[in-house]
Ligand binder design. Structure first.
Ligand code: G4P
Length: 526
């Protein structure tokens, strides 16, 4: 039987992130194919929650329901246990993605070779940088016309602000795409467009092997050798240490749709990607190999059925061994709980698990006891550091329209905020509640859920705000003076922290100029 250290060592828990349409779903599916978790392409549909922001949100929620099944995709690949954490493609659910990134040990970023670095990729990379998450980049859609690979590498470096190192190299592109040379293993894969089968590999000794010329033609072989020489000249030898520190991203090229370059990516990934890493808590660093179990909730998925107000809290195991029916303490409430039906997903099947190891995600059926960021332990009072909340992009006043149901409304708002659907601020001046979100969809989701799950009715009133900034100062007089001057625009967040609601960029800049002793933060952790 494997020891706990062996179990930890063989786990790879990661997320695939991309701007919508770059090929995240397709790549996920191909990885599942390699892992034998699915047998035919097209089996992963969940991620189609995306495309247009105008799409019907009920449809989106329905699909989100389906996506519970793919929240975590676990499978074995050789000796490795792989856990892919799914992230919603739709931009309005960006916060969900940020939070999922707190639970992964590394990330694969997919970039479209024609489009290069897009907005969402940039944002997600910033979150990875905050946590020094190791990143591998997969440049996708080489079977289509796209940009010059050197140009793409420069753009990745400049836009994602991370050093890059190609570990595979394309031969031609689009109609002239002939294959990929695997720098990491010195092999050559010839391109055979095929959506279901894995392409075949040409065995060669090194890039000067005449078999390369025979395979791709003399002209392309010469170009490949020139390119590789340039790469060796420009980029230092690949070193795994800066990768693990989040400072260097290995880059692979391929075509997810054609299952091309994917195996190279996966084989290199399992070798270099980190197994579960130590995690910071407010009190101390928790190491995965510690004997006692600890974990935190990074996602709560509510059931939309009003008759069963149940949800699943997703817990990342950080240390020790999680066991079914063992008593665990929920640190925030102090409650001791036992879980008789924890679930995990292996090879697309959801089943009750008896145990789980660091790196694994367990789904705990719940009826409202959990809040995003909650810690579970065998008794120790530690608090895992979550991801800060970011300033929302959209704000609205929430008003009660059924005075008989104000308790229900209050409860509904609190629980939806616990789930991380949106952020709540209370204006200190007039006591009005303001909901902040990243997208318009959330307002519709909240209104619908308040009515159907809590029987409460609300309406939205417009408020023109630019940003919510958490403020602080070492000088209490300066802070008091600021709060007095801006009293109409001061609010508190759910933790009681002071938040300045700036109604325009101009006002914010003026405030920063006029009050040099105040620090303005655009995320809640500073
Ligand atoms: P996402 O999850 O990042 O949003 O992207 P997804 O995998 O859904 O891929 C977006 C579109 O790009 C899909 O086409 C998909 O088939 C296509 N695609 C993915 N990888 C490649 C590739 O290597 N080469 C080419 N040529 N296309 C690729 P779609 O028409 O939007 O969807 P579908 O009807 O094919 O599912």
């Amino acid at each position: 039987m494997a020891t706990i250290n062996q179990e930890i060592e063989r786990r790879r828990t990661f997320a695939i992130i991309s701007h919508p349409d770059a090929g995240k779903t397709t790549l996920t599916e191909k990885l599942l194919l390699f892992g034998g978790a699915i047998h035919i392409a097209g089996a992963v549909k969940s991620n189609k929650i995306k495309k247009t922001a105008t799409s019907d949100w009920m449809e989106i929620e329905k699909q989100r329901g389906i996506s519970v099944a793919t929240s975590v995709m676990g499978f074995n690949y050789g000796d490795y246990k792989i856990n892919i954490l799914d992230t919603p493609g739709h931009q309005d659910f960006a916060e969900d993605t940020y939070r999922t990134l707190t639970a992964v040990d590394s990330v694969i970023i997919v970039v479209d070779v024609a489009k290069g670095v897009e907005m969402q990729t940039r944002k997600l990379m910033e979150v990875c940088r905050m946590r020094n998450t190791p990143v591998i980049i997969f440049v996708n859609k080489l079977d289509r016309e796209g940009r010059d690979p050197f140009e793409i590498l420069d753009e990745l470096e400049a836009e994602l602000k991370i050093a890059v190192r190609p570990l595979s190299w394309p031969i031609g592109i689009g109609a002239k795409f002939k294959g990929v040379y695997n720098i990491y293993e010195n092999t050559l894969d010839l391109f055979q467009p095929d959506k279901q089968k894995v392409s075949e590999r040409v065995e060669i000794d090194d890039v000067n092997d005449p078999r390369v010329d025979a395979a791709v033609g003399e002209a392309d072989a010469t170009r490949l050798r020139d390119d590789l020489e340039l790469i060796e000249g420009v980029y230092p030898e690949f070193d795994v240490t800066p990768y693990l520190q989040g400072k260097l991203a290995p880059v692979f090229f391929g075509s997810a749709l054609n299952t091309f370059g994917v195996k190279e990516l996966l084989d290199c990934f399992v070798k270099i990607a980190p197994s579960p890493r130590p995690v910071e808590t407010e009190e101390r660093t928790v190491r995965p190999e510690e004997e006692k179990f600890s974990g935190f909730v990074f996602k709560i998925h509510a059931n939309m059925d009003p008759n069963h107000r149940s949800c699943i809290a997703f817990v990342k195991v950080c240390s020790g061994r999680f066991e079914r029916n063992s008593p665990y303490k929920q640190v925030r409430s102090g409650k001791v709980m036992k879980f008789s039906a924890p679930t995990a997903f292996m090879a697309q099947k959801k089943s009750i698990v008896d145990e789980a190891y660091p790196g694994d995600i367990v789904g705990l059926p719940d009826t409202g006891n959990f809040k995003i960021g909650d810690t579970l332990t065998e008794g120790e009072d530690i608090h895992f550091k979550g991801l800060p909340s970011f300033s929302p992009e959209m704000f609205k006043y929430i008003e009660n329209t059924d005075p008989m149901k104000s308790k229900q409304l209050e409860k509904g708002i609190q629980q939806l905020m616990d789930e991380g659907v949106a952020q709540l601020f209370v204006n200190q001046f007039n006591g009005r509640k303001i909901i902040g979100t990243v997208g318009q969809l959330q307002f519709e989701v909240i209104q619908y859920r308040l009515l159907h799950e809590y029987g409460a009715q609300c309406r939205w009133e417009p408020i023109s705000l630019y940003k919510a900034c958490w403020i602080e100062s070492d000088d209490s007089d300066a802070l008091a003076a600021f709060k007095k001057r801006k009293h109409q625009f001061m609010a508190v967040d759910r933790e009681g922290r002071d938040v300045f609601l700036a109604d325009s960029n101009y006002v914010l800049q003026m405030a920063q100029n006029d009050f040099p002793k105040i620090r303005f933060h655009f995320s809640s952790e500073f």
